[in-house]
Each structure stands twice: as structure tokens, then as C-alpha cells.
Design a binder for this molecule. Structure first.
Ligand code: CDP
Ligand code: CDP
Length: 229
């Protein structure tokens, strides 16, 4: 079957990366987690005390950041490496989640990440998730999905994940973080979170992992057929 580009945008913690990984596995596509790049830049800024509101400091710091997805031989998935160090787990911590949306709103940071993301799409057979993938990174993608789920459900899902690693985390803390990030992401000046006009909405509040995959596989088939002539 001809390969296409699939974009998945949407709010925090609604299941974008879960769906993207399911699709990549089923279709033998490459999954790219664009959020991991913003999280890694944020981690670097925190560790090196970079003031992201000072353009010259941001410019200098970005010159020292090398991001790379290195394939995990067991899972087959790319893991985020920051200057040669695997930070896949560290970037999911709350200390990064608390700042990432502020950092991702900085123009030069977005230009830095988007330029690399566009290069990754020169080959088809890509599924990339994020906030601006269907609108800015791959505006000509063959299949665009805009995901959403009820806030209470998203909070429960993310809380469950974080609680496994940190028993001190509270539901309220997770809720505040998701709401704040959604607000900043949807209201920033540069490439805010928006549904692309030609994106299909997927509300997975009450869908299981299998349900969502089955539904979207049909969309993939349709998009592939529509673009193969
Ligand atoms: O997985 P989760 O929904 O928590 O977020 P993520 O995809 O890891 O993204 C973390 C943050 O990076 C988002 O809240 C956005 O601020 C930013 N981001 C972005 O601005 N543009 C993207 N394409 C991807 C992420
Ligand atoms: O990438 P994003 O932040 O949008 O979300 P995710 O990390 O893929 O999913 C957040 C959590 O929701 C994960 O623990 C998923 O297993 C869970 N999830 C779910 O329970 N039901 C779905 N239909 C999709 C995701």
C-alpha cells in the first residue's frame, strides 16, 4: 500500500501518542513525537538556567542543543536524545511539564523544532503528533486527525501514568497543568493549537485503544486510496 503522512494534533493527554504508536506499528510507519523535542529543549533550558524570555540567550542555547531520536531496539520506537544523552523518561517529569508550554511559545524555539520536523517528513510513512503538525509542519499531509477527550477523562489518564512513578502527585496538580498547557498552547501568538480545516475530529473519551485504532485504520485506507490516483 502507498505510504502517506498522518498528522495527529490535539489537547494534552487525550491519547495522541498512543494512537500514533498503534498506527506506526500496524502500518510499519515511523512515529515522531514532536512534543518530545519541545520537552527536551525545556529540560536543557532548566538544567542550564537559560532565560527563555531573552532572545539572545535562547539563540545561543539552541546553538548548543543537538536533538536526535534514537531507536530502542526492543520497542522499535525512537527515544529522545539530548546532546547524546537519553532523556526519554526525564522529559515526562512534572518539572518539565510545568514549563514546556512557555518554552514552546518562543518563536526561535518553534523555528528550531519545526525545521527539523519538516526534514523528517521528506520520506512518506510518517505519523507525527503534536499541536501544529497538520497546520504548520505538514499542511499537505494526506490524513490529519484532531484529537480530543473530556477534560476529566484526560486528567484521570495522565494522573494514572504519573502516579505509577510518583505517589506524591495529586489529581488537582495534573488537572491544573493540563488546563494551563491547553490554554497557553491554544492562545499563543505563533502557530497556536488549532484544528486544520481538513482535519477529522476524533473524540476518544469513550473509546478503547482497539476501538480508536479500528476507526482510524479505515480513515487511513480511505486517505491512501484518495491519494493514490
Ligand atoms: O503528551 P502531552 O499531551 O502531555 O504533551 P506533548 O505532546 O509531550 O507536548 C508537550 C508540550 O509541547 C505541549 O503542551 C506544547 O506546549 C508543546 N508542543 C508544541 O507546542 N507543539 C508541538 N507540535 C508539540 C508539542
Ligand atoms: O499523547 P497524548 O498526551 O495526547 O496522550 P497519551 O500519552 O497517548 O495518552 C494518555 C493516556 O491515555 C495513556 O495512559 C493512554 O493509555 C490513555 N488512553 C486511554 O486510556 N484510552 C484511549 N482511547 C487513549 C489513551
Amino acid at each position: 500500500m502507498r505510504k502517506i503522512i498522518i498528522t495527529i494534533d490535539g489537547y494534552s493527554s487525550c491519547g495522541k501518542s498512543t494512537l500514533a504508536k498503534q498506527l506506526a506499528k500496524k502500518l510499519n510507519y515511523t512515529y515522531i513525537d514532536s512534543g518530545a523535542m519541545y520537552r527536551a529543549v525545556t529540560l536543557y533550558f532548566i538544567q542550564n538556567r537559560v532565560d527563555w524570555l531573552a532572545p539572545e540567550k535562547v539563540h545561543e542555547a539552541l546553538g548548543n542543543i543537538h536533538l536526535e531520536f534514537v531507536q530502542n531496539s526492543l520497542t522499535g520506537l525512537g527515544e529522545m536524545n539530548l546532546n547524546g544523552e537519553n532523556v526519554e523518561h526525564t522529559i515526562r517529569e512534572m518539572i518539565v511539564a510545568e514549563k514546556v508550554s512557555e518554552v514552546a511559545a518562543v518563536r526561535e524555539v518553534r523555528e528550531f523544532a519545526v525545521a527539523q520536523q519538516k526534514k523528517m517528513g521528506t520520506r512518506k510513512g510518517i505519523v507525527m503528533d503534536g499541536r501544529d503538525i497538520g497546520t504548520v509542519v505538514f499542511p499537505h499531509a494526506e490524513l490529519k486527525i484532531f484529537m480530543t477527550a473530556e477534560i476529566a477523562i484526560r486528567v484521570q489518564r495522565r494522573f494514572k501514568e504519573l502516579y505509577e512513578k510518583n505517589k506524591n502527585i495529586t489529581l488537582d496538580e495534573v488537572k491544573q497543568n493540563l488546563e494551563l498547557r491547553d490554554y497557553i498552547d491554544a492562545n499563543r501568538e505563533i502557530s497556536p493549537l488549532r484544528k486544520a480545516e481538513d482535519a477529522i475530529i476524533l473524540d476518544n473519551s469513550h473509546l478503547t485503544h482497539d476501538d480508536q485504532l479500528q476507526l482510524v485504520m479505515q480513515w487511513v485506507e480511505d486517505a491512501t486510496m484518495a491519494h493514490s490516483s
